[in-house]
Design a protein around this ligand. Structure first.
Ligand SMILES: O=C(O)CCC(=O)C(=O)O
Length: 284
C-alpha cells in the first residue's frame, strides 16, 4: 500500500516522469525556511553562493530536517522503496528581474550514477510561476535514453557546465510546474526540463533534493550520501553525519572535502576544480 501517493499518481509518475504539486509543509513553514535562508544571507552580505549552495543539508540543521521530512520521504518511498539515500541537495535561486535561466537538460548527464533511479523533490520557498521562471518539463521524455548534451558555460545559465541538450527540444509539449510556497514537484533524473529567467519583482527560491534507493552506486569515483530512511545494505556511499548545530567547524571541514570530491565528478574533463572556481552558481 502506498504511503501518500495514490496508485494513479504513481502510474502518472511512471508515464510522465513528474508529479506536481504536492504539499510538503504549510505556507507559514515555507516562509520560515525563506526567512532562515535570508537572515543567513543578510549576515554574510549577499545571496548564497559557491559551494554553500551544494549539500547545505550538511551545514544547516533546518535543511537536515527538511531532507528527512516525512511527507517528502513517504512520496519518494512510494516510488523507489523504503531504503533511501539523500544523494545531494542544492538551491536554485533566481534573483528579482534576473536573466538567470536553466537550459533544457537531463539531470543524469554528469552525475555518474549507475542507474536512472533518481528522483528530485524540488521544494518551493517562494511561489514558482510564469513570471518568475518556474520549471518546465517535457512529459514522458524520461523514457528516452541519455541524450547527448553540449557544455556552453553560458554566463546566466544556473547549471554548472551550462549544459544543454544537443538536439531540438519540442517546447510546445512542455508543461510548467507552478508551485506555491511549501509545495514540491517530483521529477525523474532523465526528464527533459529547464526554466526561463525571472521577470518578476520577487526572488524565486527552490531547494532541490536528490534521492536514490540504496542500491544505486556512483561509477565515477568515491562519493558519500545521507541515509534518510531504512537500511543501507549496499554501502556504495560513505555515510554522512547529521549536523547538530548550524555551521559547526567539523561539518564545515567535511562539507568542503565532500564538495571538492563531488566537483571533481561533475566537472570531469573541463579543467574546473571546484564550485567556487566555476562560473556556475551551483551543482546540478
Ligand atoms: O530550478 C530550476 O529552474 C531548475 C531546477 C533543475 O534543473 C533541477 O532541479 O534539476
Amino acid at each position: 500500500m502506498p504511503k501518500i501517493l495514490t496508485e494513479a499518481q504513481i502510474e502518472r509518475f511512471r508515464e510522465d516522469g513528474f508529479l506536481a504539486p504536492i504539499r510538503v509543509v504549510p505556507a507559514d513553514a515555507a516562509a520560515e525556511f525563506r526567512d532562515r535562508l535570508e537572515r543567513f544571507e543578510a549576515k554574510t552580505g549577499g545571496p548564497l553562493s559557491g559551494d554553500l549552495r551544494h549539500k547545505p543539508h550538511l551545514l544547516f540543521t533546518w535543511l537536515a530536517e527538511l531532507v528527512r521530512h516525512d511527507r517528502i520521504l513517504d512520496a519518494v518511498e512510494d516510488l523507489y522503496g523504503c531504503d533511501l539515500l539523500c544523494w545531494s541537495s542544492s538551491f536554485f535561486i533566481k534573483e528579482t528581474e534576473s536573466p538567470a535561466f536553466v537550459s533544457w537538460h537531463q539531470d543524469s548527464t554528469y552525475w555518474g550514477l549507475s542507474r536512472p533511479d533518481v528522483v528530485t523533490a524540488w521544494v518551493a520557498f517562494t511561489p514558482a510561476n510564469a513570471a518568475n521562471g518556474a520549471m518546465q518539463v517535457v512529459p514522458g521524455s524520461h523514457k528516452l535514453d541519455q541524450i547527448p548534451h553540449r557544455d556552453t558555460f553560458a554566463k546566466h545559465n544556473l547549471l554548472t557546465r551550462g549544459q544543454e541538450i544537443a538536439v531540438e527540444v519540442d517546447e510546445s509539449r512542455a508543461v510548467r510546474l507552478d508551485l506555491e510556497p511549501g509545495e514540491m514537484s517530483l521529477h525523474h533524473v532523465r526528464l527533459v526540463h529547464g526554466s526561463p529567467p525571472n521577470t518578476s519583482d520577487g526572488r524565486r527560491i527552490g531547494f532541490a533534493i536528490r534521492y536514490i534507493p540504496t542500491s544505486v552506486a556512483q561509477t565515477e569515483g568515491e562519493d558519500s550520501a545521507t541515509l534518510v530512511r531504512g537500511v543501507d545494505r549496499y554501502g556504495h556511499f560513505a555515510p554522512e553525519p547529521r549536523p547538530a548545530r548550524d555551521l559547526e567547524p567539523a561539518m564545515l571541514a567535511l562539507h568542503r572535502e565532500i564538495t571538492e570530491r563531488n566537483a571533481r565528478i561533475l566537472y570531469r574533463g573541463t579543467g574546473v576544480e571546484s564550485y567556487n572556481d566555476a562560473r556556475g552558481v551551483g551543482l546540478r
